[in-house]
Design a protein around this ligand. Structure first.
Ligand code: BTN
Length: 264
């Protein structure tokens, strides 16, 4: 069901506003296949099959922000991961604006946003590769922000929070202004990325990053590694320093930062 639009996003965005959908990423994908234009934004009040990274589900009750941005950009696939950092910076900026004054907002590799060490937002990037050109036909950046609630997670390794849990109430929990701020910050970051490259995006991300330079555990599909988060490389990969072994360059995985480890 399509609701009356409650937000006017700036050009070049086209907003598709839905009450409920399986997944805004899935809907953006379907729209991409039907020819939807660059910067189409799909926003749903709830999702029945919200998905997270690495095949996990994303609990999607009403009250939180769920949206996806469709991008059609003729860039090589390896640089597209950089857009996850553009998005993470925009989410962190928007959460900072919405959170109580003085709240510490951090980013965690690859694209999580944390408040007080707990996850408040996540980003899922999905694309359709074109093997002939080595580029993506389109890319979908799906963003979920815990506003009114957060999932109760059993696994202590995945603590979560929401704006409400951080003391925000009333109009502070409105979704349209949050999406508006986030979409505008993302557009500004995209312009920076296009004009100046990944350097400034990387620096902005590193200024808020949790875990860089300290001990981390990296969970990969078939192994778990313990080392030091040595650096974020020029494409956004995590350079892991291992004791007595060559560095590993990690492009996908889950990172765990021991409690009490240095923030930056
Ligand atoms: C993560 O695991 O951290 C990524 C979570 C991404 C969730 C968002 S909610 C909007 C969009 N639609 C989805 O199905 N997933 C993303």
């Amino acid at each position: 069901m399509t609701a009356a639009p409650s937000l006017q996003l700036p050009s070049p965005y086209t907003l598709v506003e839905l009450e409920c959908v399986d997944s805004t990423n899935a809907e953006a994908r379907r729209l991409a296949e039907q020819g939807a234009t660059d910067c189409t934004v799909v926003w749903a009040k709830s999702q029945t099959a919200g998905r997270g990274r690495r095949g996990r589900a994303w609990v999607s009750a009403p009250g939180n922000l769920y949206f996806s941005i469709l991008l059609r950009m003729p860039y090589p696939m390896d640089v597209m991961t950089q857009l996850g950092f553009v998005a993470a910076n925009a989410v962190a900026d928007a959460v900072q604006v919405a959170a109580p004054r003085g709240t510490f907002v951090n980013v965690k590799w690859p694209n999580d946003v944390l408040v007080e060490g707990k996850k408040i937002a996540g980003i899922l990037m999905e694309g359709e590769p074109d093997p002939e050109s080595g580029r993506f036909k389109w890319l979908v950046l799906g963003i979920g922000v815990n506003v009114a609630s957060h999932p109760v997670v059993e696994d202590e390794a995945y603590p979560a929070t929401s704006l409400a849990a951080q003391g925000v109430s009333g109009e502070g929990l409105a979704l349209a202004p949050l999406l508006d701020t986030l979409a505008k910050r993302f557009l500004a970051g995209l312009a920076t990325w296009r004009n100046l490259g990944f350097g400034p995006i990387r620096r902005h991300w590193l200024a808020r990053a949790k875990g860089v330079g300290g001990p981390v555990t990296v969970r990969l599909p078939n192994e778990t590694l313990q080392g030091v988060f040595g650096a974020l490389d020029e494409n956004g990969a995590l350079v892991l320093h291992l004791d007595g072994q060559p560095n590993r360059v990690i492009t996908a995985g889950d990172v765990f930062i021991p409690t009490g480890a240095q923030s930056n």
